[in-house]
Design a protein around this ligand. Sequence first.
Ligand code: GCO
Length: 459
Amino acid sequence: MLEESTHSAASDESAKLAARFSPDFVLGVATAAFQIEGAADQDGRGDSIWDEFCRHPGAIADASNGLTACDHYHQLDADLDLIQSLGVSAYRFSVSWPRVQPLGQGDWNVLGFAFYDRLIEGLVKRGIAAHLTLYHWDLPQALEEQGGWRNPHTVECFVAYATQIGQRYGSRLASLCTFNEPWVVATLGHESGIFAPGLKDRKAATQVSHHLLLAHGKALLALRALGVTTKLGIVLNQAPQYPATASLADQDKARLDDGTLVRWYMDALFKASYPRDVLDYLGDDVPQIAAQDMQIISQPLDFIGINYYTRGVAATAKEKFESPYELTDMGWEIYPQGLYDLLVRLNTDYNLPAVYITENGAAFPDRLINGQVDDPARIRYLALHLAAVADAIASGVNVRGYFVWSLMDNFEWASGYAKRFGIVYVDYASFKRTLKSSALWLRDFTAFHASSVSQQKRA
Ligand code: GCO
């Protein structure tokens, strides 16, 4: 396959881009349990807040749910072969907490663990590094019924769950992440209410964000006390915030948006404090913070994962902001410069550990035509963002890896199955997988990276 394509200008460019990454740079693909597994009511899995949220009329754009999703639970071996066929060295996935502990406390589910045993063994056998996320939004519904993340008891339940996973799998993982995107859980789940559990309560949302960070810190302490040696970290969704105009109002809004999305989490993790301007802005809605909390939250991290999709634009004028850039199917601007700006800025403002881009990708209205899916816009998106990563590394940021979101089309939360982020197309009636042209591109790209690696080694 390499032979066929080496002569086109596009593949020359791809080869050059791949050669910009060092031999040990990790290239991977990412998924999350609720979005792909299905089998939601099988083998003893408990309900999660997303199963419940999907039952709310109007919550999901296409009125769908995660009952069957991509049927990954039943297609595990074929999906692992698929990952291997892409030539990537790493796979990022999440464990469904209610699959391994249906009520979120108390009994463990042997059948649930059997699935993740097979998944992790299957990766190890194929030489693919396993990057595990403990919490990608699917809280056991039974815990939600006791107040969910508003209740500090959930923090203790999470630590017990983290400990159990660390004990079972720690030695076989390349990394273990506590939370995926705490901002989304807190703000979209509890303030805007567009994600599970669907609350609209800012005070609750800030308390949830604090409890998530506290659960993260306590889990790290517990895992380290256990002697778990895998790399420990957290994944944040981050985006630089640019004012739409030079007006003072837009600049102030950009600064505040940066405060709530970026500094709230980064300052807590790296500086053991919340940003003053955001606390002032929150007024009575500030969370309750106990004496030791900030010290617990700011445990040293082995890595930080950054999910980047687009920039933020702060616009306060009545007229809608018109983007000069191309938009994805989510309506998100394609703005790779934002990834570079973000990484360089974070590296300046914080003492960063190893950085992984744990998600980057785009939804496009892909069509399966004559057995093929041609998605040049996604290839362009990925190449531009990889180039931004290479530029950031050249500017001194310690980025060690990059994961495409996503391995395959899947349940895109409130958008249901209507938005396709995969490099592999999924037919939801038959569950048949078809590699899109972006998957073939990635396969070439990983091969170029591997061959540039062997050249670098020879030199
Ligand atoms: C995320 C989400 C993914 C989404 C992706 C696209 O971590 O933001 O983990 O689950 O599918 O971001 O919106």
